[in-house]
Design a protein around this ligand. Structure first.
Ligand code: P1T
Length: 384
């Protein structure tokens, strides 16, 4: 790393970067190797086997640690594998308080994979009184996704961390939707930040990856040991791709947000739209909190088209620039139908109690020309 006090747009480009010692290559080599030669048994240069460590991955970890202002970062094969390692790290029989609106895959992981090892309680973490009531029972961990996927609910990270500290509960924040460009949970008091690197951090929809960052050496060591023992390490080539994508994170996030704010305001005025959820709109229930704890509002918009599944399908079949696909955070715009796609693993009853109905549509606004995106949405809304 060049300088610890560098600003974000400098850090994305330089943190973890240094010219290759052998050749001077400015870009990091892809250390596409599974193993490393030792001089004598146990005498090596810090690398023994790529499941454990890899120099390309190390550079990405150094970069990510700098962006989230953490001492330690661990990169894994996917967001969900990172979360799985964290769940393995908790003693059997732990209680985990989780936000009620989380990515469908996170919900599935908690309720169908780790449900026999731990106990999960899903609550509305925007309600601080409710949060404190549950923290009083001393769970092992509180898991926050903020803003949430797909309802974009925002929880007060700072206040929750203060409460959690009082009751000695570990706070984890899934910061995937904001990226460290718009939100740094560790600075607000969180113990661990987790990311799906698949999304904004890589930004080009060509890698699946995950990461966690923390200042807690004991927890980091535990999770690293689990990764080494269980095996979900990221390949050197994928780490290299993320390192390549991350360089433009600052400029991409600015453009995602610029387009998203314009589209959210436009949708709010549209007669075929019932309701728009975007943290940057005054109508968002936690707009003030969003302004306080985030330095921007991101590129995700959730809205309700007038009607039901029939109207949603017509809209989703008509959009052209917005590709109908799972995932988010790439430079290209995507559209998702959470009830059938990303959140199908949440039972319908629970989904609807949360407000994820068949007319809910999620946009991941890309960085294309905004006028073209609006024209695409206009055509599809006319058909809906
Ligand atoms: O897909 P993976 O890299 O394993 O990350 C899972 C994950 C974790 N956290 C959040 C907030 C996420 O949105 C995701 C993945 N989400 C999608 C694939 C999606 O379309 O919402």
């Amino acid at each position: 790393m060049k300088n610890k006090s560098n600003k974000f747009a400098t850090k994305v480009i330089h943190a973890g970067g240094h010219p290759d010692k052998e050749t001077g290559a400015i870009m990091p080599p892809i250390f596409q190797t599974s193993t490393y030669v030792q001089k004598s048994p146990g005498k090596h240069q810090g690398y023994e086997y790529t499941r454990s460590h890899n120099p390309t991955r190390t550079r990405l970890e150094e970069n990510l640690a700098a962006l989230e202002e953490a001492k330690y970062a661990l990169v894994t094969a996917s967001g969900l594998s990172c979360m799985s390692l964290m769940m393995h790290a908790l003693p059997e029989g732990s209680t985990i308080i989780s936000g009620d609106d989380v990515y469908g895959g996170t919900y599935r992981l908690f309720t169908t994979v780790f449900n026999e090892r731990h106990q999960y309680k899903f609550i509305d973490t925007t309600d601080l009184k409710l949060v404190e009531k549950h923290l009083k029972e001393k769970p092992a961990m509180i898991w926050l996704e903020t803003p949430t996927n797909p309802l974009l609910k925002i929880s007060d990270i700072k206040k929750i961390c203060e409460l959690a500290k009082k009751y000695k509960v570990m706070t984890v924040v899934d910061n995937t939707f904001m990226s460290p460009y718009f939100q740094t949970p560790l600075v607000l008091g969180a113990d661990v930040v987790v990311h799906s690197l698949t999304k904004y951090i890589n930004g080009h929809s060509d890698v699946v990856g995950g990461a966690m960052m923390t200042n807690d050496k004991k927890f980091y060591d535990k999770v690293w040991t689990l990764q080494n023992s269980i095996g979900p390490s990221q390949s050197p080539f994928d780490s290299w791709l993320v390192l390549r994508g991350i360089k433009t994170l600052a400029v991409r996030m600015e453009q995602h947000q610029k387009n998203a704010l314009k589209i959210a305001k436009w949708l709010e005025e549209h007669k075929k739209v019932d309701k728009v959820i975007y943290p940057g709109l005054k109508s968002h229930p936690q707009h003030k909190l969003a302004k306080k704890q985030m330095s921007g509002f991101g590129g995700m918009i959730t809205f309700f088209v007038k009607g039901g599944l029939k109207e949603s399908r017509k809209f989703l079949e008509t959009v052209k620039l917005f590709a109908l696909a799972e995932s988010l955070g790439g430079v290209e715009s995507l559209v998702d139908h959470p009830a059938i796609m990303t959140h199908a693993s949440i039972p319908k009853k629970i989904r609807e109690e949360l407000g994820i109905f068949d007319n809910l549509i999620r946009l991941s606004v890309g960085i294309e020309d905004c006028d073209d995106l609006i024209e695409d949405l206009e055509k599809a809304l006319t058909k809906a």
